[in-house]
Design a protein around this ligand. Structure first.
Ligand SMILES: CC(C)(COP(=O)(O)OP(=O)(O)OC[C@H]1O[C@@H](n2cnc3c(N)ncnc32)[C@H](O)[C@@H]1OP(=O)(O)O)[C@@H](O)C(=O)NCCC(=O)NCCS
Length: 151
C-alpha cells in the first residue's frame, strides 16, 4: 500500500468513493468541480495500483486545518489505510507550519486512536461552519468535533 498526493487521474475515483459514503449519510457530498478545484488538498492510498482510500487536508486559517472526506473502500477497511491517510495528512500539515488539525466526524473513536481529542464544537471558529450551509442535516448535525495539536 502506498499513500501519495492525488493526481488528476484520481479525481473520478475520489468522487465515486466520497459519493458512496455521502449516499449512506456518512459524509458530505462533494461535486466533481469541488474535487478538481481542491485536488491538491487530497492524498490517496493505492493498493495493487488502485486507489482504495482518500483524505483531504483543508486549510482554514494560519494555525488551523481540517481533515475532510476521509474514506476507505469497504473491502479495505481495518487494514491500516485510514491511519496511513491521516498520518500523511498530518505530516503535510506539519510541513506547512500548521499547529492544529481538526475533523467533524461520525467516527470519533477512530480519530481518538489517531491521537485526536474531543472538543466542544463551540470552540472552533465560525469559518469552520461554511460547509454546514450545504449539508442536508444542518440543525440536526450528528457529527463530533475532534482536534489534534501538532505543534
Ligand atoms: C473511518 C475509516 C476511515 C477508518 O479507516 P480504516 O482503514 O478502516 O482504519 P485503520 O485500519 O487504519 O484503523 C486504525 C485504527 O483505528 C481503529 N478503528 C478503525 N475504525 C474505527 C472505528 N470506526 N471506531 C473505532 N476504532 C476504529 C482500528 O481498529 C485501528 O486500531 P489499532 O491501531 O488499535 O489496530 C473507515 O472506516 C471509513 O472509510 N469509514 C467510512 C467513512 C467515514 O466514516 N469516514 C470518516 C469521516 S470523517
Amino acid at each position: 500500500m502506498n499513500v501519495r498526493s492525488a493526481k488528476i487521474s484520481d479525481a473520478e475515483t475520489i468522487y465515486a468513493l466520497v459519493s458512496d459514503y455521502a449516499e449512506q449519510d456518512k459524509m458530505l457530498f462533494r461535486s466533481k468541480a469541488d474535487i478538481y478545484e481542491n485536488l491538491r488538498s487530497f492524498v490517496v492510498a493505492e493498493a495493487d495500483g488502485k486507489v482504495v482510500g482518500c483524505c483531504a487536508l483543508h486549510i482554514i486559517w494560519q494555525d488551523l486545518a481540517e481533515i475532510k472526506s476521509l474514506a476507505v473502500y469497504d473491502g479495505f477497511k481495518g487494514t491500516g489505510i485510514g491511519r496511513s491517510l491521516v498520518t500523511e495528512a498530518l505530516r503535510q500539515a506539519g510541513e506547512l507550519g500548521l499547529k492544529r488539525v481538526f475533523a467533524l466526524t461520525l467516527e470519533p473513536a477512530f480519530f481518538q486512536k489517531m491521537g485526536f481529542e474531543l472538543i466542544d464544537t463551540d470552540k472552533l471558529p465560525m469559518k469552520v461552519w461554511s460547509d454546514c450551509a450545504r449539508c442536508p442535516k444542518q440543525q440536526s448535525c450528528d457529527e463530533t468535533a475532534v482536534i489534534k495539536d501538532i505543534s
